[in-house]
Design a protein around this ligand. Sequence first.
Ligand SMILES: Cc1ncc(COP(=O)(O)O)c(C=O)c1O
Length: 449
Amino acid sequence: MQTILERYQKTFAKDRELSLAATQLFPDGVTHDSRYMAPFPVYISHADGAKKWGLEGNEFIDYWAGHGALLLGHNPPAVVEAVTAQMHRGTHYGACHPLELEWARLVTELIPSAERIRFVSSGTEATLMAIRLARTYTGKNKVLKFTGHFHGWHDSLILGAYPPFEVPVPGIPQEVRDTTLLCPPNDIDAVETLLKTDADIACVILEPTGASFGIVPTDGAFLRHLRELTESHGVLLIFDEVITGFRVAPGGAQAYYDVTPDMTTLAKILAGGLPGGALVGKKEILALISMQSEKRGLKMPHPGTFNANPLSASAGIAMLNIVKTGEPHQQANRLAKQLRDALNQLIDAHGLDWAVYGEFSGIKLLIGHGEKDVRAVAFNPYEWDYRKLKGGNDARLLTPLRCGLLLNGIDLASNGGMTTAVHTEADIAKTVNAFAQTIEWMKVEGLIS
Ligand SMILES: Cc1ncc(COP(=O)(O)O)c(C=O)c1O
């Protein structure tokens, strides 16, 4: 009998070869930390809708959704049409252009906190800009962030993003580390204590639906409390909506929860599947990048070669015009719930200490959590310590699970994935079958019982 890994090595022989060659070019052979996968990742030749195809012609249902950028799946016709037309008109004018206004108008129409906007090229750039502006505006230095929340990889905010959370990230000077205050997620008392005892806090930043799009979920009551506390202490509140923006609701988590931050960071869906990001917020804060602020010695310099480039703008406009109908996120949310429910029933039928959870279009995997008496259908992440949720998967099970799912035509990231508006009920049914088959294989191998 072949093990799952043996089957994987055999089925994806071409991928193995390519991956070996890739290690001579890239550390670990990959171009993004989360694309690393043991024993090697699959390579994709093309994609369409909710599917993508491998080198051997294998078809996968895709739950990566372009790291969250593809709410409408791969190659939505309106985006393809807009980008194709724009390619012939120029990809970079080194100048202002009408599309940037159209794109910005859509964003300001949809996102409640967006009085003014500045386009950037990525989510990392947007959060970097947000905290620099917060420091400039308040004259204070420190940033309060929540353990496990991810805001990109720059010095101030990568701290505490991944387990083991307290271990400092190498290459970041102690002086910078001292300006990032890590607070346990969802702990409003800890926030209050920090705000009361440290007068040098410029801003609080968070993912409004919780760490990594809800691996450690956060609720509306926490957001409302945070809004009140930050306001009363003269501290700016930043929602990092790089992943939740346009996905949770057309107006992002802030519209869904009716809590308006001072600034919001956006990327992913914003640029319709192409690179792009934005920082939006109160006009008096964004005024600090204005040339007028230079007179007061306050101007924050802000160039950026690809800011608002016409190609990303054309994709973003096409995407947001569809987002604003309010339909895509509803379809994605509905299918994600259907998938979570069906998988949890399967997990319980097998008596496994696994759970699939998440809100909106999120699918979070907790595999091998060790609590035998917790039924997957009743699993409540709000009652669990964040350390058991983020980084709580049993790594020995995750590799065969992911390989088994790929062999059965499903591509999920190690911590789960997302649905799009173009996944179908047939995709959900196929995904449940793929889990069922993989669980059977894992049982036969004695990996689970
Ligand atoms: C909430 C959040 N903030 C920031 C980022 C960083 O964005 P980018 O990868 O575009 O730099 C991400 C990326 O996954 C994210 O999910």
